[in-house]
Structure formats: C-alpha cells, structure tokens
Design a protein around this ligand. Sequence first.
Ligand SMILES: Cc1cc2nc3c(=O)[nH]c(=O)nc-3n(C[C@H](O)[C@H](O)[C@H](O)COP(=O)(O)OP(=O)(O)OC[C@H]3O[C@@H](n4cnc5c(N)ncnc54)[C@H](O)[C@@H]3O)c2cc1C
Length: 345
Amino acid sequence: MKLTVASELNYGSMIRKLNMACGQEESTMLTDYGGIITSNFKGDIYMPGSNQDCIDLLLKEPGHRRFTCRGSGHSMHGRSIPGANKHMLVTSSLSQIHFSKPGLVSVQAGVQIGVLQAFLQRYGWFLPVFPEAIQTGPTVAGYFLAGGFGSHSPQYGGFWDNVESITCIYPGNLEPSEIYKSHDLFWDLSGSGGHSNCIITELKIIIKKVNSNSKYPMGLAITLPTLQPDRSSPIIWFTLFVPLANQQVLLRKYRNMLFTLSTVLQLVTPRSVKIKFCGRFPSFLEDFSVDLFAFSIGGRFPENQPDCAMLACQYIRDLADSLPNCIQYHSSELALDNLINLDCS
Ligand SMILES: Cc1cc2nc3c(=O)[nH]c(=O)nc-3n(C[C@H](O)[C@H](O)[C@H](O)COP(=O)(O)OP(=O)(O)OC[C@H]3O[C@@H](n4cnc5c(N)ncnc54)[C@H](O)[C@@H]3O)c2cc1C
C-alpha cells in the first residue's frame, strides 16, 4: 500500500492529480467535481492495492470513521473530501480487471468506467449501462454508489441490474464479503452515495458481446490506468426521478421555473432517460416498481458561486417537493447543508 504524508514533496502533486481527475485543474485546495466545497486537507492519503491492504488499513485505523473513500471525485456534495482529523483512502491503486467467467468481468473499485468501456470494446465486449456524458469519469464503485443510469437504461435498466456482486470490507468483519443481488445490503448500498464504514473493493460486472464473433478473453488479467484527467468544463447536474407516466407533469413544472432557475444557473440542455424496471430498484427508489423517468437539470454558476449554489439547490428541491412521487438523487449532488469550506487545520 502506498502512503503519502503531508510532509512529502509529492503531496501537492497528488492533490492536483485528484483535482484534475474531477475537472478542477485550477484549484489548489482539494475539491470535487462541483468545485464548491474545498478543503485545506493535510491528512494521510492511503492507496490500497488489494483487499488485504484495506483490511490492514482498518486494523491500523480502528476508529472506523477516520478515513474517507475517494474514487475520481465526480460527486459534488463533498463526501469524497475528508473533514478534520480524517485521512483519505484513494481507490486508484485498485485498478485491475480479470476475465474469469464468461459474460462477467471482475473489476477493482478504482477502475474508471470510461477506461473500462474503451478496453472492453477492443475485445468486442461492452458495458450495457454506461454514463455517456462523461468520458473517463467515475470509478466503477462510485458509479454503483452514486450513479447508475445511462442512455441504454431503457433496455438494460440501471447499473445495479448489471452488477452481479460487490466485494466489501467492514471494520467489524475483517473478511472481504461478496454481496449478491439477493442480499438487501446490495440494494441499500447501490445509489446510497457511500458509507464511511464500508469499502467496496471489487465488482463483478455483466458485459455483453458487440457481435456474435466476440470471444471471451478467459483468464486475461490486466491493470488499467486510473485517475485520468477530466478535461470537460464542469457542469453542475441535479437529477429527479419520477414514474414514466409523470414525465409530462415534471417537464411542465420545469418549464414554469426556467426563468427563476436561470437567474442562478446558466442552464444547459437538460438530459433525460427512461430507466427500465427489472424487478427491483435500489433502496432509495424502493417506492417505485415501474419504469422511471430520470431528468437531469444542468448548468454552470455565474459569479458569486456559493450564493447561486444555495439558491439553485433550493429551487431544485422546491421543484422536487412540488411533484407527487418525485425523488431527487442526493447521492451525488450538491446539497444545501454542505456548501462549506472544510477547515482541516
Ligand atoms: C458531468 C457528470 C455527468 C454525470 N452523468 C451521470 C450519468 O449520466 N449517469 C449517472 O448515473 N451518473 C452520472 N453522474 C454521477 C456520477 O456517476 C457519480 O458522481 C459517481 O459517484 C462518480 O464516481 P466517483 O468514482 O467519482 O465517486 P466519488 O465522487 O469519488 O465518490 C462518491 C461517493 O462514494 C464513496 N466511495 C467512492 N469509492 C468508494 C469505495 N470504493 N468504497 C466505498 N465508498 C466509496 C465516496 O466516499 C463518496 O461518498 C455524473 C457526474 C458528473 C460529474
């Protein structure tokens, strides 16, 4: 396991690399994709490369709330940024993939989903559900915990439907546990935004053939590059889920508030996708058992960012509250209660 401490010369370059991976090249403080929450974090940075490294870390840090996991920092609520007295566990050294069972690929937590997709396509395979809007972007664990839909969701459902199992490590149970879909915990973790007392180290992901000639590369194991820079210009996204039947009501209400919202957010074209119901949704969506309409409202803040961010969060929340059967996707979004600068000094 690599360990970087505050006194080391390469510490600053590591913070810069983490910021670049979430499109925040300019920031000297540790931040995330939203760029609103920043920290003068000076704690230790751990980069475990195996389940055993994670177990060793939990034994070394028995106070299980002592560290914060970070994938590629594409969530915007600051939960990938450690607070005071915490250390950071960056998953970038968990970067191997292994083809051990036809139709599946075992992927360590820190592999970025865009890097994985590009690799699979070279072998004639693809991930059924993939966030096309981000090129390299989220890690597979981050996408499971705080993402989960893409343009093929009308056909294949959520990412949750296309993961066979996750491997987790808990402070109280220092054996890696493989958690399958039959287990409630799988659904509690999916879309939860992550918990401070659980490290996901690996996912077994379902893959599809590009065509009938695609051969499964049985036994192939390879390490992929991680923490690839995100060169896109950051856009703040908020996503609302409603039953498909309610999409027109949502769109009408959105149009009615366009002027108000545009005073605090320079809006881009919203994105929407249907998510097929394949028998179960993650716990945060458990009220639904029908196909869903996911509607993402995006934009950039003008000057005076924190004030605009507060208001934008409020307006989106008001929109969600004004709709029956609407769930806002808090697990990766900016929220009113965490628009702060984290002081770790
Ligand atoms: C421009 C943009 C477009 C997006 N488009 C989509 C989209 O189309 N569809 C979609 O579904 N989502 C989309 N997202 C959301 C994205 O999928 C999530 O933000 C996702 O969490 C990012 O993954 P990450 O690796 O960057 O996670 P991070 O932001 O690093 O972490 C997210 C949370 O998970 C925790 N965590 C991370 N790794 C682990 C681990 N191994 N074990 C335990 N906890 C962990 C962190 O502590 C944090 O709480 C988009 C985001 C952006 C910025």
